[in-house]
Design a protein around this ligand. Structure first.
Ligand code: PEP
Ligand code: MG
Length: 574
């Protein structure tokens, strides 16, 4: 039966494919006593046998798709499954205590895992991780449930998950993954941002998609209105195939603007930049005609690792981006860890309100060596292009002064070591805390630029967690409260002769763009896939008219009224 689930439209476009559940299975079981031990041992051997052939398949495919180094992980797992020192004690336990295979397996492997984890030896700790993975796999066969493995996907699918971490997303094969949909998250959660940078349609925050959809169900993802259709009728599939074609034609129109400047109908030029998370994302920025990088979220460099990236590793990444942009501006944001972004190797206490806690610049002040290492890498890389450095989550002028002082100390130190550093690095801040927006006049005297981070500015102004889909209605980018703060920031920058940009998702939203142009925003930085539609829109707008519109809408009462007023004067692309 065809059903429809409503979620949040996170990445535009339409996808039609079978569901692939990326959901951890329930591996819980009871301890039971066994009458026929021989049969239980045979059942255990059978599960080990199936796990082995499954791993062999995964290993072979990983070798082709990901290379020998990644495939070696699975060789280690296969070794564990052939190791009598592990298998014999499990069998002995079943025989001596007459317990079920699940219990004997878990008890024995837990003992080895604890023992290896406590050793002061990196190699043995890695073996503990292998045993944990292998145990899960064998358990899944004993219990008759399936462990998902995205690296084995070999047909077009739509991923269904509770949430997707950045590393889950990075592993998705673009050839086969046509879209994704999640239970949790909002328009500015990181899974949504990743979907836009990968240019795959996505609907997040459906609340219960993982409960409603089985592997192999046919799905339609409507990344434009946030609908997910489960097992749609053939008629609906036809309608969406037509919508896909129409969208492809629209994209072909936008592509004609690839190398054009972004100038309004009455001759006002702005800069359209791309947001990136890794040097690889530059490809999308170029393919979509980005004129700069307005936000490089450096934390992804730290999140995909088992330990801090070294100064050299960071230098290489920053250099690659600066060189890749060939002298065009690159705004690199210093580390923004905390909130929903964690480092597995940085052991921080649990917080009641992580988004209000030890996050971004606050954490950098606490972990000074981590911060200084990043700054040194950035300064070294600065000679390879047009670097701008930006500090996240600045609440007070004092915090900015402190961060800048540390940066200048590192610069002096490098210069005295004879290292070349560019003499022309702009230093700016993100405006994402209401206090900073309100005090923008003071801050503007000391910074070189502002970049408004509306994802956080909206969550903090509305007091609405950006990850919580149940209150996502409060993500209201064109609510007059937000527009007034944005206006204060732009005006404050201009009064001091500085530029103001925006790198929150709002900068790429079609209803917001006319107002932002009217408010005088200088730089719009967005997911690469939004750049060409934004350029197409701005070229049709008249700046003087948008100034009037902006002045009008900030006096309105609600987001709905603002949207209506914008729609009245602006003709949007289909
Ligand atoms: C923002 O808060 O608007 C922003 C761009 O930063 P992030 O989404 O990484 O928090
Ligand atoms: Mg932010």
């Amino acid at each position: 039966m065809s059903t429809i689930l409503k979620g949040i439209a996170a990445s535009k476009g339409y996808a039609i494919a079978k569901a692939y559940r990326l959901v951890e299975p329930d591996l819980s079981f009871q301890k039971t006593s066994i009458a026929n031990v021989e049969e239980e041992v045979a059942r255990f051997h059978e599960a080990v046998h199936i796990a082995k052939s499954e791993l062999e398949n995964i290993r072979n495919r990983a070798e082709v798709d990901l290379g020998a180094e990644k495939a070696a992980i699975f060789d280690a797992h296969l070794l564990v499954l052939s190791d009598p020192e592990l298998l014999t004690p499990i069998e002995d336990k079943m025989k001596m205590e007459q317990v079920n295979a699940e219990f004997a397996l878990k008890e024995t492997t837990d003992m080895f895992i604890t023992m290896f984890e406590e050793m002061d030896n990196e190699y043995m700790r890695e073996r503990a991780a292998d045993i944990r993975d292998v145990t899960k796999r064998v358990l899944s066969h004993l219990l008759g449930v399936q462990i998902p493995n995205p690296s084995t996907i070999a047909e077009e699918v739509i991923i269904v998950a509770n949430d997707l971490t950045p590393s889950d997303t990075a592993q998705l094969n673009r050839k086969f993954v046509k879209g994704f949909t999640t239970d949790i998250g909002g328009r500015t959660s990181h899974s949504a941002i990743m979907a836009r940078s990968m240019e795959i349609p996505a609907v997040v925050g459906t609340q219960h998609i993982t409960k409603e959809v089985a592997n192999g169900d046919l799905l339609i993802i409507d990344g434009t209105n946030g609908d997910v259709h489960v097992n749609p009728t053939p008629e609906l599939v036809k309608e969406y195939e037509a919508a896909q074609e129409k969208y492809a034609r629209q994209k072909a129109e936008w592509a004609k603007l690839l190398n054009e400047k972004t100038v309004s109908a009455d001759g006002h030029q702005v800069e359209l930049a791309g947001n990136i998370g890794t040097p690889n994302d530059l490809e999308g920025v170029h393919a979509n005609g980005g004129e700069a990088v307005g936000l490089y979220r450096t934390e992804f460099l730290y999140m995909d690792k088992e330990q801090f990236p070294t100064e050299m590793e960071q230098y290489e990444a920053y250099k690659a981006v600066l060189e890749g942009m060939k002298g065009k501006p690159v705004v690199v944001r210093t580390l923004d860890i905390g909130g929903d972004k964690h480092l597995p190797y940085l052991d921080l206490p649990e917080e009641m309100n992580p988004f209000l806690g030890l996050r971004a610049i606050r954490l950098c002040f606490k972990e000074k060596e981590m911060f200084r290492t990043q700054l040194r890498a950035l300064l070294r890389a600065s000679v390879h292009g047009n670097l701008r450095i930006m500090f996240p989550m600045i609440a007070t002028l004092d915090e900015f002064r402190k961060a800048k002082a540390i940066l200048l100390e590192e610069k002096e130190a490098l210069l005295s070591e004879g290292v070349n550093v560019s003499s022309d690095i702009e230093i700016g801040i993100m405006i994402e805390i209401p206090a900073a927006a309100i005090m923008a006049g003071q801050l503007a005297k000391e910074v070189d630029f502002f970049s408004i981070g509306t994802n956080d500015l909206i969550q903090y102004t509305m007091a609405a967690d950006r990850m919580n889909e149940t209150i996502s209605y409060l993500y209201q980018p064109y609510h007059p409260a937000i527009l007034r703060l944005v206006k204060m920031v732009i005006d404050a920058a201009h009064k001091e002769g500085k530029w103001a940009g925006m790198c929150g998702e709002m900068a790429g939203e079609e209803l917001a763009i006319p107002i932002l142009l009217g408010l005088g925003l200088d730089e719009f930085s967005m997911s690469a896939s939004s750049i060409l539609p934004a350029r197409s829109l701005i070229k049709k707008l008249n700046k003087a008219e948008m100034e009037k519109l902006a002045a009008e809408v900030i006096e309105l009462q609600s987001m709905e009224e603002v949207a209506e007023a914008v729609k009245k004067v602006v003709a949007f692309d289909a």
